[in-house]
Design a binder for this molecule. Structure first.
Ligand code: NAD
Length: 505
């Protein structure tokens, strides 16, 4: 099944991991295998880019940028529109490849491609709306204005769990902003990156703009670290763990480069006494076990009013007992495998520590006795202050914590270092508004009566505190991919100075 799929996408058994105006053949390049997490079998192989290849890619991207930045925004939008059209044609195949490489179920694999298409559409509109302000000048016959210029070639580092969408959040917007993009994808999902690059590079070349979209998949030593240290890249957008973010902030900050950091989450759902429980249980289950708990927005903590605690835990435990777990490409399956063995081990270790710290596993948690990285999503009774609850374990573990009053619930929700997404189920207007107020959730995303995962692209996506503070996708996130210039124009014959300063020479 997957051999035919790769053929349809034009992906061969051994592919190059680097492409600028053309694919780069590097006979000596080290090879990595892409493994299907559902059975551990190799799907294909990719050759890593060397340090020399990295330098070549950045050089070409800089050359392409010189031309792209002077191309009118709407023309850049036209190229992105054509990329969106090509992605539409390949939606089913790309979606299945994402399923094969990451283990997410079919509808989520295709949903990820839809997200790329939506980002292309959004960015086409944006290409005619890169607005600056005009500003009232205090000096006669002077005009002030702000304009937004392209920033440069930029580096985009992506995580394994959204191997295509995260690239699109950055690349589609950055492209209409006039930047060239160098993509370093996760080595855990290399074929998705190669397949996307094949489509995108083809369109860019047909449109006369080769070298705007570049791929450079290599080791941390040969590509990752050089990228962070490279003064030719004014912006590094990095998506991954908080640990990665601390490092990227330090290294890029040392050269005063810009960063967009999209890091880990430890997201909570509050269930208040007035909640619609049917809605809450469905919303929590999707957020906690969807994508096998491998979304940055997955619900990891459940903060339930003490009057409902037993009911909610009981209903979730019942739902967990019948979850369809299996091959992610099979109809009806809702939970696929974890990405690899270390993820299974991390989950088992977290559950052991939860029990040592006073928690109780009330549903799931076992590894399935079959090939592949399959686990049962786990539901754990927990208490505030358990150290393991403060960590992001990238697996389906939901810690249920009781609370007495809403202020306490919000305090528990905010006490972790991450600040990505948060939700409350309530029909009490005052409680909902308090949750959304300055003394409420401290996260970048706060939802009422929906779960924590499944954000739409129209809003700015990202989180506070150790989640990194970056914003991507919709709203005015585009500003991070451009440089702002404030211009003052004197159309008079005098030279009045600001603040009334006199300087007659
Ligand atoms: P990871 O941190 O292990 O790796 C992310 C990327 O960083 C990979 O491409 C990796 O090769 C690269 N990398 C690692 N060290 C590097 C270095 N020194 N220099 C340059 N690049 C380096 O993360 P992962 O396991 O792939 O993904 C899961 C994590 O990502 C979770 O913490 C999840 O919450 C987070 N995530 C966040 C968002 C968001 O938007 N906030 C989205 C998806 C995933």
């Amino acid at each position: 099944m997957f051999e035919d799929l790769l053929k349809r996408l034009g992906v061969g058994p051994v592919e190059s991991g680097a492409c600028h105006v053309r694919w780069i053949e590097d006979p000596g390049g080290e090879e990595i295998a892409s493994l299907n997490p559902a059975d551990g079998r190799p799907l294909g192989r990719v050759k890593l880019a060397s340090r020399a290849v990295y330098d070549e890619v950045v050089g070409q991207a800089a050359a392409a940028f010189a031309n792209w930045r002077m191309t009118p925004g709407p023309r850049r939008g036209e190229v992105v529109r054509k990329i969106g059209e090509e992605l539409r044609k390949h939606k089913a195949d790309l979606g299945l490849l994402i399923t094969a490489e990451t283990g997410k179920i079919r509808s989520e694999g295709e949903g990820e491609v839809q997200e790329m298409i939506d980002m292309a559409d959004f960015s086409v509109g944006l290409s005619r709306q890169l607005y600056g302000l005009t500003i009232a000048s205090e000096r006669p016959r002077h005009r002030m204005m702000e304009q937004w210029h392209p920033l440069g070639p930029i580096g985009v580092i992506t995580a394994f769990n959204f191997p295509a969408a995260v690239w699109a959040w950055n690349a589609m917007v950055a492209a209409v902003c006039g930047d060239a993009i160098i993509w370093k994808p996760s080595p855990l999902a290399p074929l998705t990156a190669v397949a996307v690059q094949k489509i995108v590079a083809r369109v860019a070349e047909q449109e006369g703009f080769p070298g705007v979209f570049n791929l450079c998949l290599g080791s941390i030593e040969d590509v990752g670290e050089p990228m962070l240290n490279d003064a030719r890249l004014p912006l590094i957008s990095a998506t991954g763990s908080c640990r990665l973010g601390y490092h990227v902030a330090e290294v890029v900050g040392r050269r005063l480069g810009r960063t967009i950091l999209e890091l880990g989450g430890n997201n909570a759902v509050i269930v208040a006494p007035s909640a619609d429980l049917d809605m809450a249980v469905r919303g929590i289950a999707f957020a906690a076990v969807g994508t096998a708990g491998q979304r940055c927005t997955s619900a990891r903590r459940l903060i339930v009013h003490e009057s409902l605690y037993e009911t909610v835990v009981g209903r979730l435990a019942k739902a967990y007992a019948t979850l369809p777990i299996g091959n992610p490409w099979d109809d009806g399956v809702l939970v696929g495998p974890l990405i690899h063995e270390p993820a299974v081990e991390a989950m088992q270790s977290a559950l052991r520590r939860a029990v040592e710290q006073g928690g109780e596993v009330v549903a799931g948690g076992r590894r399935l006795d079959r090939p592949g990285c399959f686990v049962e999503p786990a539901l754990v009774r927990a208490k505030p202050g358990m150290a393991v609850v403060a960590e992001e374990t990238f697996a389906p573990i939901l810690y249920a914590i009781p609370y007495r009053e809403i202020g306490e619930a919000i305090a528990i929700q905010n006490e972790v270092e991450q600040g990505l997404t948060s939700a409350i189920f309530t029909r009490d207007l005052m409680e909902a508004e308090r949750f959304l107020s300055p003394e409420g959730s401290d996260c970048g995303i706060a939802n009422v009566n929906i779960g924590t995962s499944g954000a739409e692209i129209g809003g700015a996506f990202g989180g506070e505190k150790a989640t990194g503070g970056g914003r991507e996708a919709g709203s005015d996130s585009w500003k991070a991919y451009m440089r702002r210039q404030t211009c003052t124009i004197n159309y008079g014959t005098d030279l009045p100075l600001a603040q009334g300063v006199r300087f007659d020479v």
